[in-house]
Design a binder for this molecule. Structure first.
Ligand code: SF4
Length: 475
């Protein structure tokens, strides 16, 4: 049974994996997997140390954090203005700007745009927004094959797995496992492939190069959308992104509406914060910026899909809206003691770790992800490392209150629905009174959702003889 229920899946694409059990059960299984814990410990410790070293050598780190938070807060306070400015500037430079309310609308839109090109294959740049809307599966359902080109995403796709980290999606895999995945699922992998990282990278490079050269349509996300120019930026480490952004004839970018920054010069702040916090680098090896269409250079058809999918709902939450500052660096995952032991799959959602524990409930409604705000020790390490100063512990506490209230309402609604049904006819009422006598024995162990009520309250004993019986005997 999912914590989220089926309807949430329909509304949110892959944001919540509704066929997964709740966090507590997933976490229990994950901590029993010693290989997984070893992989996680090694990977998170390495990135953590690299980040800490780079932050220590940046004397104005705290000022950069304040600036990043202030710029994002300005965007959130004037989102309508910056979105229109972005749309106007991108359109003026030859891009087609589309708007999507939710996952279904965005996926259908991208599928239509791909079909209109006459092609049935796309190459993909790693993007959380496209994962959030379950784009690859949605395209597959329309007969369009979408090939992930980020090395880790490719490993995940080949093994039919799910990402477990925002920046390093295959962090839960070690190199022996990756060799096995390539050997079993990559048709052009060399037969004598070893688990040497160089050999693995070379096999992936040759495989991807063929795709880059023959595919005419690419799909990307964007790290930043610049309102002042209408441009988009993708920051990456492998160069696969730049291949996708420059070689194809058509480029379709799915961009969350919170990705805006007002000015090009704001990149000065974010291009210092992001690489240090995410991959532990002074700068990303590839920062690709494109603004509309440049005749004779790069894709000649550029589409931008601006995605809401719960963001305006999150914006309406005064405490929670700060989660929309997030630049998806994953620094909070790498320091989180809960994430380090459970990994990302336990969260059962596209966004794992501390940011996932607040962002997912904010996007889909806490009633659809009630366990996630409790997936934290509230140690505060996530807040200390967050490059845009998101106070995750405070948002977690607020969402815990919302989750408890939502659960209470659910129990109350269920109780009153049962009572209304029992009181709606004489026979039912008589039967209910008989059953009520049995309740004496289960009143402390009523099943969910009634247990939420009976855990803290005593049900009064029903009278030994109901009024109707008594009345009948008197007459
Ligand atoms: S919440 Fe902060 S630390 Fe976590 S991914 Fe977002 S920006 Fe990075």
């Amino acid at each position: 049974m999912s914590a989220t229920g089926g309807p949430a899946r329909e509304r949110t694409g892959e944001l919540i994996w509704s066929d997964d059990p709740p966090f507590a059960e997933n976490a229990k299984q994950a901590v029993e997997d010693s290989q997984l814990r070893r992989n996680l410990r090694k990977a998170t410790a390495t990135i953590r140390e690299r980040r800490a070293g780079l932050v220590a050598e940046t004397p104005d780190w705290q000022e950069l954090r304040h600036a990043g938070a202030a710029i994002k807060d300005d965007v959130l306070a004037h989102l309508d203005h910056y979105l229109e400015q972005f749309e106007g500037n991108a359109s003026a430079r030859g891009a087609h700007v589309h708007w999507a309310r939710d996952a279904t609308e965005a996926s259908a839109l991208v599928a239509r745009l791909v079909r209109e090109t006459g092609h049935e294959q796309v190459i993909k740049v790693k993007s959380m927004a496209t994962q959030e809307i379950g784009l690859v599966k949605a395209l597959e359902a329309q007969g369009i094959a979408a090939h992930e080109t980020d090395l880790a995403e490719m490993i995940i796709q080949l093994s039919n797995d799910r990402p477990s980290h925002i920046v390093v999606p295959a962090l839960h895999r070690n190199r022996a496992e990756i060799r096995r995945i390539f050997r079993d699922h990559m048709p052009d992998a060399p037969p004598d492939l070893t688990d040497d990282p160089l050999a693995l990278a070379e096999a992936a490079r040759l495989h991807l190069r063929r795709l880059f050269l023959k595919t005419k349509v690419a799909v990307s996300g964007a790290n930043f959308a610049i309102a002042e120019t209408g441009g988009l930026l993708v920051a990456e480490s492998e160069g696969n992104g730049r291949m996708c952004l420059t070689l194809p004839e058509t480029l379709i970018s799915v961009v969350g509406i919170e990705k805006l920054i007002p000015r090009f010069s704001d990149l000065e702040v974010f291009l210092q914060l992001l690489p240090r916090s995410s991959t532990g680098e002074r700068m990303n090896p590839y920062n690709s910026v494109w603004t509309g269409v440049t005749p004779g250079d790069g894709p000649q058809a550029v589409h931008i899909v601006l995605l809401d999918n719960g963001r305006t709902k999150a914006l309406a939450d005064q405490t929670g809206r700060q989660a929309l500052r997030c630049i998806r660096c994953a620094a909070c995952l790498n320091v989180c003691p809960v994430y380090e032991r459970t990994g990302g799959h336990a969260y059962g959602a596209t966004y794992p770790g501390p940011i996932g524990a607040i962002l997912t409930p904010l996007l889909v409604g806490v009633e659809h992800a009630p366990q996630l705000p409790f997936a934290s020790s509230l140690c505060g390490a996530c807040y200390e490392v967050c490059p845009v100063e998101i106070d995750i512990p405070t948002v977690l506490v607020k969402l815990r209150g919302d989750a408890v209230r939502a659960e209470r309402h659910r129990a109350q609604d269920a109780t009153f629905a049962v009572a209304a049904s029992a009181m709606s006819g004489r026979r039912r009422w008589t039967l209910a009174l008989k059953l009520a006598r049995l309740m004496r024995f289960i009143r402390r162990t009523a099943p969910p959702p009634l247990s939420a009520w009976t855990r803290t309250r005593d049900l009064p004993d029903p009278p030994p003889q109901p009024f109707r019986e008594w009345w009948t005997t008197r007459r």
